[in-house]
Write a protein that binds this ligand. Structure first.
Ligand code: 6PG
Length: 231
């Protein structure tokens, strides 16, 4: 079932099962890829971290796609060693990227093992000169954060990639794309599951300026929800 809201061009979609949201998200991602490859010869996709997208990534690992033309980025990552289980890049590789034929040179982890400041500088160089992303996938925190854009934290939006200090969600040190760089995208898809996100969704729909509302690309955003009500 899909509801659409004209406010801030946010389109809300609710699903009745985890399998339902996973299938819809994977279908949407694969369609975005084909459209981008048809148009540009490549697909620039930015992955969400956290636990929500894991089952969608697992489903994608079992699909056929023109993987050779996929270029994978991350909207944020935690400052942890490269193979730490809590690294967003490690999760994506373990459940998906290591199981499909995307060239390793086209999988762009954020080098957060360098620390947040040096990691941000290095990743900014990786993104330098890239066209608009074809698809940005984002999660939503219980406090309304997205990527590593947290409430009451000022982000230097003149930069594409910024270091994060004192993040309320451990670890404190992170690297995140700025809202401006995340907004430079053809499509943005939020994946939100679980009753723990209900307050954030309620606030979002009431017009509370949670960090997720900073993500407002020209074509609007789609929010795929399971286990939360659209009150
Ligand atoms: C992170 C993510 C963060 C995440 C949300 C939701 O590094 O933690 O970038 O923005 O997407 O906190 O996390 P869950 O999907 O685990 O609820």
């Amino acid at each position: 079932m899909t509801q659409s809201s004209s406010i801030s061009n946010t389109r809300w979609h609710t699903f009745e099962s985890q399998d339902g949201i996973n299938l819809a998200a994977a279908t949407r991602i694969l369609a975005a890829a084909q459209e981008a490859i048809n148009q540009h010869g490549s697909f620039l996709v930015v992955l969400a971290g956290g636990s929500t997208p894991k089952s969608v990534y697992k489903l994608l690992s079992q699909q056929q796609a023109d993987w050779a033309n996929w270029h994978v980025y991350h909207n944020d990552d935690r400052c942890l060693p490269i193979d730490h289980l809590e690294r967003n890049s490690k999760m994506a590789r373990d459940v998906w990227l290591n199981h499909v034929a995307i060239p390793q040179t086209q999988i762009h982890d954020i080098p957060t093992e360098l620390g947040n400041v040096e990691g941000a500088k290095a990743y900014a160089k990786t993104l330098n000169g890239l066209r608009a992303f074809d698809l940005v996938i984002l999660g939503l925190g219980e406090d309304g954060h997205t990527a590593s854009l947290f409430p009451n934290q000022i982000v230097d939006n003149s930069a594409d990639v910024v270091p994060v200090f004192d993040a309320p969600k451990p670890p404190a040190d992170r690297v995140t794309m700025s809202q401006n760089r995340l907004n430079n995208a053809h499509e943005v898809l939020f994946l939100v599951t679980g009753a723990g996100k209900q307050d954030a969704i309620d606030n979002w729909r009431k017009g509370v300026k949670i960090p997720a509302t900073l993500i407002a690309p020209a074509n609007g955003v789609d929010v795929y929800c399971f286990g939360v009500k659209l009150n």
